[in-house]
Design a protein around this ligand. Structure first.
Ligand code: BJW
Ligand code: ZN
Length: 272
């Protein structure tokens, strides 16, 4: 556990307790409990709450993150799989990768962190969940006030006429699916690098961020823009940032409260 509370930095931080029970560890656990209480108090007090999530929230459901040692981008190249150029060059390779990920995600289940966020939506009148995740696990947990900033992996969309189908239960057997309306090439409904985010999702989340008095940032490295602007927008407009992550992120230096723990352990404790 580290206690980082520089004079100019009012942020508090909590790291998960380690095994053993030296007096120093007991002090750390106590301090951790105080930080969690402080987060609970902030959440209780806030009227307009934005939750901003990334791949880390689904890690405990068995869905891999993108960056870091076990991340997808450590094994697969984003340039070859997650750009419009990559798809135009080799659509069947890109589809193979997305089928593999659809299969994996289909077998995953929402975890306690997804359910805690759903519970928060029920408690707060003014609430928005802005997720960067394409896995739809928040929706499967019951979240309704949600925008999917980077799309949804189960949507298949025509590149030509934009006809869309949702293939949740099973994928088309075609190697590269063709549009049944216009015979155009179909692609996964996610946002690749260099592509604009869905306009309604971006507008709605940016507008909400400007009036939110609290943003809870969960499991994101905070390096992919424009989504990563959201916590900064909240802060610029006078709101607070609570962050839950197993590692420090690009957002941590700006967080009022940083809780260094797995989302599935902490969110149920700070919500409700
Ligand atoms: C845990 C945990 C546990 C682990 N509990 N925590 C400045 C402004 C605007 C744009 C740019 C800009 N600078 C650069 C750009 C361009 C680019 C960009 O941001 N690049 C940077 C990487 C440098 N952005 C774009 O290209 C975007 N589009 C765009 O800008 O369009 C402009 C435009 C306008 C008009 C016309 C045309 C264009 C699009 C970005 C699309 C991102 N797509 C992906 C793939 C989606 C599809 C798919 O899934 O296949 O989205 S990339 C990938 O990164 C995915 C994620 O949503 C996104 C964010 O990743 P995330 O969620 O943060 O995951 P990780 O792995 O990075 O982090 C996981 C975290 O969890 C870690 O911190 C762990 O510690 C933590 N963790 N276990 C809690 N149990
Ligand atoms: Zn079509």
């Amino acid at each position: 556990m580290e206690r980082r509370k520089a004079p100019e930095d009012k942020r508090t931080s909590y790291k998960r307790k380690e095994k053993g029970s030296s007096s120093l560890q007991r002090v750390r656990i106590l301090f951790g409990m105080v930080v969690i209480e402080e987060a609970r108090r902030l959440i209780k007090k806030a009227e307009k709450v934005l939750v901003f999530t990334g791949a880390g929230i689904s890690k405990e459901s068995g869905v891999p993150v993108f960056r870091g040692k076990d991340g997808l981008w450590n094994k697969y190249s984003p340039e070859e799989l997650a750009t419009p150029h990559a798809f135009n060059r080799n659509p069947s390779l890109v589809w193979e990768w997305y089928r593999f990920r659809r299969d994996l995600i289909r077998r995953a289940k929402p975890n306690p962190a997804h359910y805690a966020i759903k519970k928060l939506e029920e408690i707060k009148n003014e609430f928005l969940l802005a997720t960067q995740n394409v896995d739809a696990l928040h929706i499967r947990a019951g979240s309704k006030k949600i925008v999917e900033l980077h799309g949804n992996i189960f949507i298949t969309r025509c590149m030509q006429c934009r006809y869309e189908i949702e293939e949740y239960e099973r994928d088309s057997e075609e190697k590269v699916p063709m549009c049944k309306k216009c015979r155009g090439l179909m692609r996964p409904g996610v946002v690749w690098f260099g592509e604009p985010l869905p306009a309604h999702a971006l507008r709605k989340s940016f507008e909400f961020a400007k009036k939110a008095d609290l943003v809870i940032v969960v499991g994101t490295s905070g390096v992919v823009y424009p989504a990563a602007y959201l916590p900064f927008l909240v802060k610029q407009h006078g709101g607070k940032i609570i962050e839950v992550n197993v590692e420090e992120s690009a957002i941590t230096p700006h967080a009022d409260i940083f809780i260094k723990s797995p989302a599935g352990e902490i969110l149920p404790r700070i919500v409700g």
